[in-house]
Design a protein around this ligand. Structure first.
Ligand SMILES: Cc1cc2nc3c(=O)[nH]c(=O)nc-3n(C[C@H](O)[C@H](O)[C@H](O)COP(=O)(O)O)c2cc1C
Length: 138
């Protein structure tokens, strides 16, 4: 898999870190969109986001068939909004999975922690209303 990763600037990370739950959009192979809320989403470095799959259904099927996802955040106080797009890898064993499972279990051992979803950031857009709406940042 060839991935063109980009770095999320600090202000983008701040908005995503404050956004909870985070809307996560996927699409099926026919292009039908699907959007859900996710509480377990964290930025692990400038170009990588982890998401815990506890209950993904259509989302899991979509990610399997089409790894492209998009998330969005809005900070009403800072008046900033950003959209982040990337590709996901589904991880069900190994250190990254164990780390995500520990994060989920720290909240509740009743949660299934089915998989770790690792999102490699490829595009970042300004999504705030105004003159820069829709413009690519990185
Ligand atoms: C506030 C909120 C937070 C949620 N957080 C997560 C989460 O962190 N992980 C997860 O797998 N599902 C989470 N869900 C469930 C998903 O939003 C969704 O219901 C599930 O993926 C099934 O929908 P789908 O068939 O579109 O995938 C959350 C739901 C809500 C309402």
């Amino acid at each position: 898999m060839v991935i063109d990763m980009v770095k999320m600037p600090p202000e983008v990370q701040e908005v995503i870190n404050k956004q909870s739950p985070v809307p996560v959009a996927t699409a099926d192979p026919d292009g039908k969109p699907n959007v859900i809320f996710v509480g377990f989403l964290r930025i692990v470095d400038d170009e990588t986001i982890q998401i815990a799959d506890n209950f993904f259904d259509k989302t899991a099927a979509n990610m399997e068939a089409n790894p492209q996802v998009s998330i969005v955040g809005y900070d009403g106080e800072a008046k900033k909004s950003f959209q982040v797009k990337g590709r996901v890898e589904i991880v069900t064993k190994g250190p990254v999975y164990e780390d995500v499972k520990a994060w989920v279990y720290a909240k509740s051992k009743a949660l299934p922690a089915k998989a770790a979803v690792v999102m490699h950031v490829e595009e970042v857009y300004d999504a705030m209303y105004g003159p820069d709406a829709g413009k690519r940042i990185t």
